[in-house]
Write a protein that binds this ligand. Sequence first.
Ligand SMILES: [Zn+2]
Length: 237
Amino acid sequence: MNQILPGLWAIDEIGSVVNCFLWEWAGGLTLIDTGMPSSVHTILDALTTKGYALHNVRRIIITHGDIDHAGSAAKLKRATGAVVGCHSVEKVLLEQPAKRVPASPMYRPIFALVRLLPQFNVLPVTPDELYIDGQQTPEGFTVIHTPGHTPGHISLLHREKRVLIVGDALNNRGGKLQLPPPIFTPDMTNAQRSVWKLAKKYGEDFDVMVFGHGAPILQNGGSKVRSLVAQIFPESV
Ligand SMILES: [Zn+2]
């Protein structure tokens, strides 16, 4: 595991395709996202190697119901006894993973075929907690509804630590801050509006940003998002 800041770890053992995170706080451990369906043992090994008892994982927050974020949620819930939380709108994707389809109908048959392979088979999980925009979690996160990539996508802001857990509302692939990929983002207009919301409503509240995809940004995250928004919406500045 790689410490991003005190209390926040990237579980980098699962590889570089996608990131998931561990948040350590007074109430125990919280996992944010769960990698691919094949990531379960790697995540459990990373926790035990670090000396954490699995039952100390009390909550698993899913930023959105994609295969690379909710992939191991069902198995990790079973292994740890943690509660699983997501946005109320995303509930359907956790319970019925096959409902997640790519933006273009052209790719839908490929998605359906790939799901037949065991390593891409996401087990359904019933969330125990459903969040709404602006809700506070016991860890001190403000849940920010950032739809577009999926309808119930969330980002998590920890104001005290000035960190934003972005999910896939933005990527930092190759060190370039950018919108999520269009083929996996059925509602790009809302994806853009979500970034606008992060910049305008919360842009003063965070410096560190961690992403589902790409390396973390450790400084000036808020101003970087505001600069991106100025490019996307030149009329707004
Ligand atoms: Zn992703």
